[in-house]
Ligand binder design. Structure first.
Ligand code: AMP
Length: 397
């Protein structure tokens, strides 16, 4: 895969597909701008070479054709201006590929940046529509993909558009290249012991990743809602905790494979339980075998945290994907925050993947202590699963 450094870009008009799908709070404030900061090196590289820059991204899931303000990239552009410190040179287009936008793109001068509106305002984006891709391509000379978080989707700006450029006019940006290299290097040649910490709500979303990790890691820690399907598979009563009954057999197969391969497999030994799925209910700390009927586990308990700390203390590589509990609620966030601190405290190469997991690390104040925090949840999971990503395939095709 070529990177932007391999191309002749001086003075050209460059399209950079970014991933500006940043989290915001209920008032619309950006709560984590890592995805915007992540693409700055690629933008600066272009600006330093007198390029005209066209930036594009999706943001959440607007109804195509309906320009609702809350899905606009306006706040992203404001943040970009602050981060790049070149406010006067950045303009937000009125739309994605309309006349006015095309005119603004054509009028760009060296060192100026035009940000297109939310790509998903156009129906063609998610349909991977070639006509829409051609309209985007008509505004620029070179295509750069720096949207790792969107590379697992074959959408027009990721797939169809990249294929319209020859190998001398399309490449990965610095962020995309860094993400892919990091995951490949870690998964191919990890320093051992290599520990995977997997959490989050469901087994189903991470089953394939778990299967693949079993071939690579020395130890696996399971937490979060998905732990209960494994606990049930071991014959425990789990009350009303989250469970995927249809995957209990699969959970047994995974544990059997771990045993056969000598991969140590750890489940929570205690949990924080509550009678209802609420932020404000009573919470009790109980051993995993003693979950009362009708109660549900929403976090790992302190004994599990101590055990897991012990398990990771000698690790040289740690991949973490998925919170240990319902971390969004203070009462059930301790297990996840503690896991973040404990991972950050090790001397291992630590890789955090997934939006929620990065959010936990941020809340815990540990982001700077981690070796690498990925900007892509689904995309990083696909890399762990050994799947090829449409965005990367399109660059290589
Ligand atoms: P995922 O998208 O699969 O990584 O899951 C993340 C979500 O899992 C977060 O929103 C957590 O609130 C949720 N979660 C974690 N642990 C539990 C649990 N024990 N019960 C229900 N939801 C959970």
């Amino acid at each position: 895969m070529k990177t932007i450094k391999d191309l002749e870009i001086d003075g050209k008009t460059i399209f950079i597909r970014c991933d500006f799908n940043v989290p915001k709070d209920e008032d619309g404030n950006i709560t984590d701008d890592r995805r915007i900061r992540g693409v700055l090196p690629t933008i600066r590289y272009c600006l330093d070479r007198d390029c005209k820059v066209v930036l594009a991204s999706h943001y959440e899931r607007p109804e195509p054709g309906v320009y609702e303000e809350k899905y606009s990239l306006k706040t992203v552009v404001t943040r970009l201006k602050t981060l790049l410190k070149i406010a006067s040179n950045i303009t937000l287009a009125n739309n994605v590929v309309g006349e006015d936008t095309k005119a603004k793109a054509a009028a760009l001068e060296a060192g100026e940046v035009l940000v297109l509106e939310n790509l998903r305002y156009e129906a063609g984006e998610t349909k991977n529509d070639e006509t829409f891709a051609k309209e985007l391509a008509s505004m620029v000379d070179v295509y750069i993909n720096d949207a790792f978080g969107a590379c697992h989707r074959a959408h027009a700006s990721i797939d169809a558009m990249a294929r319209l450029f020859d190998a001398d006019h399309r490449a990965a940006g610095f962020l995309l290249a860094k993400e892919v290299n990091f995951f490949h290097k870690t998964l191919e040649k990890p320093m051992r012991p290599f520990v995977a910490v997997v959490g989050g709500s469901k087994v189903s979303g991470k089953l394939e990743a778990l299967r693949q990790l079993l071939d690579k890691v020395d130890k696996i820690i399971i937490g979060g809602g998905m732990a209960f399907t494994f606990l049930k598979a071991q014959g425990y009563e789990i009350g009303n905790s989250l469970v995927e009954e249809d995957l209990i057999h699969e959970a047994r197969t995974v544990m059997a494979k771990a045993r056969k391969k000598g991969v140590k497999f750890y489940l929570p030994v205690d949990v924080v339980v509550t009678p209802e799925f609420s932020e404000h209910g009573v919470a009790k700390y109980l051993p995993s075998q003693e979950i009362p009927e009708g109660w549900m586990g929403l976090d790992i308990g302190p004994a599990s945290s101590r055990l897991f700390r012990q398990v990771i203390h000698d690790a040289q590589t740690i991949i973490w994907n998925g919170p240990m509990g319902v971390y969004e609620w203070d009462k059930f966030s301790k297990g996840s925050l503690k896991m973040s601190h404990d991972i950050a405290d090790t001397h291992a190469t630590t890789i955090v993947g997934g939006g929620d997991t990065a959010d936990v690390a941020q809340k815990a104040g540990d982001v700077d202590e981690m070796t690498f925090v990925s900007t892509g949840g689904g995309a990083s999971l696909n890399l762990i699963e050994g799947k090829s990503l449409p965005g990367i395939e399109a660059l290589k095709s």
